[in-house]
Each structure stands twice: as structure tokens, then as C-alpha cells.
Ligand binder design. Structure first.
Ligand SMILES: [Fe+2]
Length: 288
């Protein structure tokens, strides 16, 4: 019998990687707290005995159905077509988990959430997964299963998909961490403003809503956050419809989930978007 052992919502902006020494001089030193925080999360996952990381990559944007990468191995050289000056020629190599990926796809499809599992040599990871994995899975010991985010899926569909994933994990013989990789509010600065305001959130409305949501998360008031998502994702341009966030709540039991989320970095802006790093403690009912 498998277990969900760890869950988190993480940031993935390229400036986390570019902040490392020697990567991209204009951003050197940025976001050390996010790098350290994700390294700590990786250590916790190791201590818990996690075998596989399921990571929702909100940059793997799907438009029809759900998709899951079932490759036996994820290995390639990556350049971001969005910000190649910051993130380019990045080599990665992680073991996959075909058995778990295919089982999730089959189970979800049988339950009405049409899901395709792919083993395609040219289907690569995006920086929504690669940046967090650099720190969460620094030595590549964890298997990795990337999940796409359907930009046209409703909150309810994503939530149900997450619920099905939780059920599948328990039935499958694997110890799993679920990582939701996406911003909160996600409204980029216009190009003429981004260089002057790079590290600020692009609207005070978005910043205030994000901060209130952080407060609710840290108090364990998830029922309120969950009920906000359908409006939140529209009003504050949540990243890829906040698919990762909805799925995360599906895994954790929805409105009945009440454990306070634990911040591993302070809320901040990047290119206009609201970024967070939270551990979501796994309730016993989901873990066993
Ligand atoms: Fe992003």
C-alpha cells in the first residue's frame, strides 16, 4: 500500500536558479530563502522515505484532457523559450516512475477525468518542474512524475483529479510527495515596467488578496481558501487557473483539511507575480 507522505506548494521563477552564484550576474544573490527552503523540504522528504515526487508543472500547459509524463527517465538539455537569457542549456536527469504514472492515468480515465500517460522522447520538462526539482531533488534520488496543468479545466475538475490521485497513491505501492508548482496571483508587469519593478507584485489588489490567503493558509483556514479559488484564479490571474492549487486540495481532503500550512520563505513578488513556499502537512487520513 502506498502513502502520500509530503505535500507542498512551491515557487519556480527562473530567478531562484539565476540567483545562484555564477548563473546570471544581474540576479545573483536573489531568493536565497527559496533555495534554502526547498533544500530543507527535500531533506524532510528524504527523512520521511519518499520515493516518488509527483509535480504539477504549471508551465506544461494542456488545453484538452489531463496529461502525465510516464517516461522511465527524464533526461535532456533545456532552454526556456520564454526567458532564454536567464535559463538556458540546463542539463537534467531524473528517474521516472512509469508504473505510478500509467496507473494514475488509467484510474483517472476510468473515473471520468480523461488522462493520457506519455512516454515520448521529445516530451521534456519545463522550468515549472525543473527549478523546484533542482533543490527538492538535488541529488536525483527521487523518481519524478510531471503532471501537466489544463488551462481550460475548472477548479472542480482539478480538485476531483487531485482526489483521484490521492486514492491511486494509496492503492499503489509507492511513497509519494505531491508538489504543486505555481504562483498565487500571476499578472506580469508590462514589458516597459518590468525592469523597474521586477521584485514587486504588479497590482495592490493582487498583493492584498495573496497576503490574506497566506494568513488563512497559516491559520489552517483552508475551507475559506478553497471556496475562494474559483473567483481568485480569475480576479488575480492565478497561474494556469491555479490548477496545481485545486489538485493539492483534492489530495488533502478538501474543505475538511485544517492543518496550518508552514511557510518556508516569505511571500514576495517576481516579475509582478505573487510567490510563496508552503509545506502542507499531510493529514493521517490521507497518509494511511
Ligand atoms: Fe510560472
Amino acid at each position: 500500500m502506498g502513502e502520500l507522505l509530503y505535500a507542498a506548494k512551491v515557487a519556480h521563477m527562473p530567478s531562484i536558479y539565476a540567483g545562484e552564484k555564477g548563473v546570471y550576474e544581474p540576479m545573483e544573490g536573489m531568493h536565497e530563502e527559496f533555495r534554502q527552503g526547498m533544500r530543507k523540504m527535500g531533506k524532510k522528504m528524504e527523512d520521511l522515505g519518499v520515493e516518488t515526487i509527483l509535480i504539477v508543472d504549471t508551465h506544461w500547459i494542456n488545453t484538452v484532457n489531463f496529461h502525465i509524463n510516464a517516461a522511465e527517465r527524464h533526461k535532456a538539455l533545456y532552454t526556456s523559450d520564454e526567458q532564454p537569457h536567464v535559463l538556458h542549456d540546463y542539463a537534467y536527469d531524473y528517474p521516472g516512475d512509469k508504473g505510478l504514472a500509467v496507473t494514475i492515468a488509467e484510474t483517472a480515465t476510468a473515473k471520468g477525468a480523461i488522462t493520457h500517460a506519455h512516454e515520448l522522447k521529445s516530451l521534456h520538462l519545463h522550468y515549472g518542474a525543473l527549478v523546484p526539482l533542482r533543490y527538492l531533488n538535488a541529488d536525483g534520488k527521487f523518481r519524478v512524475v510531471p503532471l501537466g496543468a489544463n488551462v481550460n479545466a475548472t477548479h472542480e475538475e482539478n480538485f476531483e483529479y487531485g482526489r483521484i490521485i490521492a486514492e491511486t497513491i494509496i492503492e499503489f505501492d509507492r511513497r509519494v510527495a505531491f508538489i504543486a508548482s505555481g504562483a498565487l496571483s500571476h499578472k506580469f508587469w508590462s514589458n516597459d515596467k518590468v525592469m523597474a519593478h521586477r521584485w514587486e507584485v504588479s497590482s495592490e489588489f493582487n498583493r492584498q488578496v495573496d497576503l490574506r490567503v497566506c494568513e488563512l493558509l497559516e491559520r489552517g483556514h483552508h475551507r475559506e481558501v478553497l471556496s475562494m479559488i474559483p473567483v481568485y484564479r480569475e480576479a488575480c490571474a492565478g497561474e494556469t487557473g491555479m490548477a496545481d492549487f485545486s489538485m493539492l486540495y483534492g489530495l488533502l481532503g478538501g474543505g475538511g483539511y485544517d492543518l496550518p500550512a508552514v511557510p518556508f520563505a516569505e511571500y514576495c513578488g517576481a516579475a509582478g507575480n505573487g510567490q510563496v513556499l508552503y509545506e502542507f502537512p499531510v493529514p493521517v487520513a490521507v497518509a494511511s
